[in-house]
Design a protein around this ligand. Sequence first.
Ligand code: NAP
Ligand code: ZN
Length: 346
Amino acid sequence: MVLARARAVDGPDKPFRFAEIKRRELDEQDVLIEIKFAGICHSDIHTAHGEWGHVHYPLVPGHEIAGLVTAVGPGVTKYQIGDRVGVGCMVDSCGECENCLRGEEQYCLNGNVPTYAGVDKYGEPTQGGYSTHIVVTEDFVVRIPDNIGLDAAAPLLCAGITTYSPLNRWQAGPGKKVAVIGLGGLGHMGVKIAHAMGAEVTVLSQTLSKKEDGLKFGAQHYYATKDPETFKELAGTFDLIINTVSAVINLDAYLGLLKLDGTLVNVGAPGEPLSVNVMSLIGHRRSFAGSMIGGIRETQEMLDFCSEHGIVPNIEVISADQIDEAYERVLASDVRYRFVIDTSTI
Ligand code: NAP
Ligand code: ZN
């Protein structure tokens, strides 16, 4: 058993505090990881604030984990001590259902085990990456390519895969017009990845304040959604729209920006329901879809894609004492473009 240092929260309105958490003894297939960096995802905030329903407190969030392997169980074959590895939003699944067998463990029919705010196969609550160590079964660990720093790698484990997966599935590529709504953690990764896939990318942000950044990330066009002219000018333009917004937006307005047969994929996950007028879909045979992170195989594929294309997130590394402040800034859309905790400061 390893005693890890961590930052935990005791309730929806409580600040983060120091905590010690127990990581289990290594089982046959387990890997002990010394966490070096952990990204702050807006999902951490939704969860810590109880917006997605009841959670078990104290809660240690964090599902964008990058670190080094420091011990392995006797049956581990894929990893060795010293390997640079990552862990994303899930740490286990049944491994036997139709979806797991397809490599889509995130959609495990028996429920995947989330990295935090879940219950593992031993009946223990899972605790996430705002900590110094974690024990994970090797099948839920991925390898971080050598040319990506561990700090920059962390956000790829959620923000990277959550945007890569729908861009891949809905075939963003040459000749495709792709829009990304919201230029935050997920959004800025979506822009970089869609651009690298060869698509013509447009950012739909609330204002033009981040335009220069958006164009640097690879967008060709950048529009303010606060300006009603945007919706007139872009009507019927896109093959694919990825909505990364953490709050409720007027979906019908955005569906109107799709071409015939276009698809709007929602990855943003506000606690409140989003409504759709079916006429927005019927009119031009449009689709409205959702997508959740990606499977382990696809996560490795995404890391290798980012390595090959030189894609890394734009990060601001913070100390563990700055988590509350970082949450405030994310909520104010003042993130450029992912906060990453240096876990040596915990
Ligand atoms: P984030 O960094 O806060 O980015 C969200 C962006 O949405 C903001 O930067 C802002 O962009 C825009 N936005 C925020 N409030 C808005 C409002 N009221 N109206 C319009 N736009 C608004 O968050 P994130 O970490 O990227 O996560 C985004 C969402 O995806 C969260 O709900 C998170 O839980 C969810 N998520 C889902 C999955 C999945 O598997 N589906 C995985 C990870 C995260 P602008 O300033 O450019 O307008
Ligand atoms: Zn996340």
